[in-house]
Write a protein that binds this ligand. Structure first.
Ligand code: NAD
Length: 389
């Protein structure tokens, strides 16, 4: 048996109202907190509540709330400046993956210096431990609170840089499903499909391992069983709890087993066409699973028998096909736009598809797909996904 490694934050709090612990958790790491968040979090009161909880725990705080969806190197630099000026020694990120990823980049740059681009694709490794980061997700999607990854857009080269290094793991995660209740349906849908992609990709990845399999399968069951429920009734707390847990488990799974072709092809769509991450994954998932199916029959069949027990006894190929059909139906039920309905222009796609395929391959994720694609196959797949109904 091979040797496997499983990395996740040293402390994970989850459950209803776990956010109330944020001050106490922060106090175990430092005395001055930088809160990293975004304007929507500020507007709905999550930032003020975070400040209050931190102050009640006897700590002081500063804040950067300028993160936008799909964070860039500019957001990172702005937040870093505040962190340095205010001499913060612990960071709390409150928001979706965009806030969490920005905070992760700030935490490592505070102790390692340089520009985030210097570390893209592990060209340079972080030699120093990051400032302690407490990650508090408000979407059930990215799993960033438990991953060793940050994704930041390089505004000079228009690429989504992926940085996977252990120093990017948050020191602690607080997963409170109550914080996800305010997610509008479109965000709930897109982020939920992102989490489902993480779980499926981790399970079929060439780097899957026994423990990530356990996390991934549990996540798939929770996510498939609850995504439609939270989309139709955002106040269903039990379903929100299951989604938050599923998303976190999927995060541990993919952070250790890697994502595969969907994520590799999704990042260039996000960078080129400014499509939210979960939506760009959904645009690709069914067609990429079709492309991969023959090389992942057994594993797709395990997923199928888990989510549709009535398929027990059917041939692997039929069950795998049923999984793809279910994923396709799910994206339709959640009314997630496809490449055409999002407004991606076919001519513009033609102009940039070669670069997109190059960027997708360079990310390394396609190399973990059960069927490893060539550059030409990725170009062709972008076209298949564009025309996929
Ligand atoms: P997001 O953080 O961009 O948020 C999307 C929108 O929803 C924002 O406007 C945000 O303010 C709003 N929002 C978030 N939570 C809300 C709530 N509870 N109530 C109301 N509005 C809310 O979306 P995301 O999908 O969570 O994160 C996407 C980013 O995460 C992308 O940049 C992606 O590349 C990255 N990502 C990172 C990892 C990782 O492991 N680091 C994994 C997957 C994706």
């Amino acid at each position: 048996m091979s040797t496997y490694q499983l990395l996740m934050p040293g402390r994970v709090l989850y459950g209803k109202d776990s956010f109330t612990e944020v001050g106490n958790v922060a106090r175990s790491f430092g005395s001055k907190v930088l809160i990293v968040s975004d304007p929507i979090m500020e507007k709905i009161g999550n930032v003020a509540r975070c400040e209050q909880l931190i102050h009640e725990a006897g700590l002081s705080s500063a804040k950067y709330t300028g993160v936008d969806t799909e964070p860039t190197d500019i957001h990172v630099q702005e937040a870093l400046d505040v962190c340095r000026q205010e001499a913060c020694d612990v960071i709390v990120a409150v928001g979706g993956g965009s806030c969490l990823d920005t905070a992760k980049a700030v935490a490592v740059l505070m102790t390692n210096g340089g520009h985030i681009r210097d570390y893209a694709s592990n060209q340079k490794l972080f030699a120093e431990k990051a400032l302690p980061l407490i990650a508090v997700p408000t979407t059930a999607g990215t799993g960033s609170e438990v991953t060793k990854v940050t994704v930041i857009i390089d505004t000079v080269y228009d690429v989504k840089m992926m940085l996977p290094q252990p120093e990017l793991l948050p020191a602690a995660a607080i997963v409170d499903p109550v914080l996800t209740l305010s997610c509008p349906p479109s965000v709930t849908a897109a982020t939920g499909v992102d989490a489902l992609c993480h779980a499926i990709e981790a399970y079929i990845s060439r780097r899957a391992q026994p423990v990530t399999d356990m996390f991934a399968l549990q996540a798939i069951e929770l996510l498939i069983g609850n995504l439609r429920k939270v989309y139709t009734d955002g106040n269903d707390l039990e379903a929100r709890e299951n989604m938050a847990l599923g998303s976190m488990l999927a995060g541990v799974a993919f952070s250790n087993a890697s994502v595969t072709l969907v994520h590799g092809m999704s990042r260039p769509i996000g960078a080129m066409f400014h499509v939210p991450h979960g939506v760009s994954n959904a645009m690709l998932l069914p067609a990429v699973l079709e492309f991969t199916k023959e090389s992942a029959l057994v594993r797709l069949a395990v997923i199928g028998r888990l989510i549709k027990p009535e398929l027990q006894g059917q041939a692997d190929a039929d069950v795998a096909e049923a999984v793809i059909a279910e994923v396709k139906q799910l994206c339709q039920d959640l009314q997630i736009p496809n490449m055409k309905t999002w407004g991606i222009d076919k001519d513009r796609l033609e102009q940039v598809v070669e670069k997109m395929a190059t960027d997708a391959l360079a990310s390394g994720s396609p190399g973990n797909n059960p069927r490893v694609p060539t550059h030409e196959e990725i170009v062709a797949l972008y076209h298949v996904c564009y025309d996929y109904d």
